[in-house]
Each structure stands twice: as structure tokens, then as C-alpha cells.
Write a protein that binds this ligand. Structure first.
Ligand code: PEP
Length: 250
């Protein structure tokens, strides 16, 4: 059975105090979520220690949103994967489209980040997804295939087991436009096939693949009912505990 996961990407939102309250509200409702669904929250770096304290006796796991592409040293403003592991992160997100688009994160950089995250003992939620023009030009499978092969195909069989892929069509992120269940399922099945073709069917079948992009309580059920969709990476709707929990109950 693949792990079902609902992860909240808080992005650059909330003060530390607000983030602590949000985490407390999620923890207070976590027992409403069916057994077998893993909840993860990814607050900003500044919040991680305080949120870790709130989560410590709960089943909710902590993730960072990014990590550095260097292990340590003179890299002003960066945060190393080992530091994140050291304060209680179990996961980090890597390759989010906002990092690719606004901070120039390409495959080369992401490969370095991936290696360091895994070496530090973190699991990784690796984001892939095409832009609107790429879908319109019929290039969406090629784009996602390249994002996967360039960063994941160098991993060992043991390492790939610690990766969760999040398919996030860029045109659906924060726009209110959600991929249809058919579009999402089609791409998730393609991602699973791509992983299976390289790492073997057992690995592909075992990988959790999350959908992200304007997922909310009103559309989560239809998306999560698809056979290759194992949960969601949630942006805007993860900032309200009730919505986040409602999605996880879907
Ligand atoms: C995201 O950026 O990971 C995301 C899914 O955002 P939203 O749910 O707000 O579209």
C-alpha cells in the first residue's frame, strides 16, 4: 500500500506566532484524519524550531520548503540540509516551481540539493510540473520527464524510496484553476511509469505521487479518488487548519 500524504506548503506566510497557532490547530484535529494518511507541514525557516515544538508529540511531520546546494560555509543567507535535519525536519520540499522560476533553480542546482538533503537523512518532496504554454504546445510530458530524469535518475534504489514526487502544473498554482482529475491522473500515471521504467515496477508502484495546484476541500475528493494520486501538496488552503484537515479527510 502506498503512503497517502497531505502536505501543507505555507510559503512565505504567517508570523511565527501565527504559524504556531496554525500548527496547534492542525494538531488538535489530527485525530479526525483517517489512519494511514500522513500530514506534513512546511512552514518558513524562521518558524521551524517553534513549530517542531508544537508537533513533537503528534503524528504531524515537519518539512522545510528548500535547502542549500552546499553543505556549509560562506553562503550568506542559506540554510543547510543538515541544519534542517538537526532541528527536527523529516522532509524538505525541493524544486518548487516558484524556486525554479524566481530563484533560477535548474536541474544542476537541484541535483546538488537533492544529494545533500538525502545525505543529511531528510526525505524529499520533489516538485515537477509544466507551464501553461508548455501544456498548450503539447510538451507537458517531455518537460516533466526531463525534470524527473535529470534530478532523480542518478539516485540509488535506496534513495529513491525516500522521495515523494509532487506534480504541480504551474498554471494551477495559486490561480484557482485546478487540473481536471483526468489531466492529473494522466500525468501521475506517466510519472509512475517513468519511475518504474528506470527503477523497476516495485519502486514505481511504491512511490507516493501528490497533486498540487489550487487543491481545496471542494475538489480534493475527486482528485484523490484517482488511482495514481496519493494525496496533495497544498498551498493556499493549508493556511486554514479546517480546510487543510478537510482536504486530508478526503
Ligand atoms: C503550491 O504552491 O505548492 C500549491 C499547491 O499552491 P496552491 O495550493 O495555493 O495552488
Amino acid at each position: 500500500m502506498r503512503k497517502k500524504i497531505v502536505a501543507g506548503n505555507w510559503k512565505m506566510n504567517t508570523t511565527v506566532a501565527e504559524g504556531v497557532e496554525l500548527a496547534k490547530a492542525i494538531v488538535a484535529k489530527v485525530n479526525e484524519v483517517p489512519a494511514g494518511v500522513t500530514l506534513i507541514v512546511a512552514p518558513p525557516f524562521t518558524h521551524l524550531t517553534s513549530v517542531a515544538e508544537v508537533l513533537k508529540d503528534s503524528a504531524v511531520m515537519l518539512s522545510a520548503q528548500n535547502c542549500a546546494d552546499q553543505p556549509k560555509g560562506a553562503y550568506t543567507g542559506e540554510v543547510a540540509a543538515s541544519m534542517l535535519k538537526g532541528i527536527g525536519c523529516a522532509y524538505t520540499i525541493l524544486g518548487h516551481s516558484e524556486r525554479r522560476e524566481y530563484y533560477g533553480e535548474n536541474s544542476e542546482k537541484l541535483e546538488k540539493k537533492m544529494a545533500l538533503a538525502l545525505e543529511s537523512g531528510l526525505r524529499v518532496i520533489y516538485c515537477v510540473g509544466e507551464k501553461l504554454n508548455e501544456r498548450e504546445e503539447g510538451k507537458h510530458f517531455d518537460v516533466v520527464s526531463e525534470q524527473i530524469s535529470s534530478v532523480l535518475f542518478g539516485l540509488t534504489r535506496a534513495e529513491i524510496k525516500r522521495i515523494v514526487v509532487a506534480y504541480e502544473p504551474v498554471w494551477a498554482i495559486g490561480t484557482g484553476v485546478t487540473a481536471t482529475a483526468e489531466q492529473a491522473q494522466e500525468m501521475h500515471a506517466f510519472i509512475r511509469q517513468t519511475i518504474s521504467a528506470h527503477f523497476g515496477e516495485e519502486t514505481g508502484e511504491a512511490m507516493s505521487i501528490l497533486y498540487g495546484g489550487s487543491c481545496k476541500p471542494s475538489n480534493a475528493q475527486e482528485l484523490f479518488a484517482c488511482p495514481d494520486i496519493d494525496g496533495g501538496l497544498i498551498g493556499g488552503a493549508s493556511l486554514k487548519a479546517d480546510d487543510f484537515i478537510a482536504i486530508a479527510k478526503s
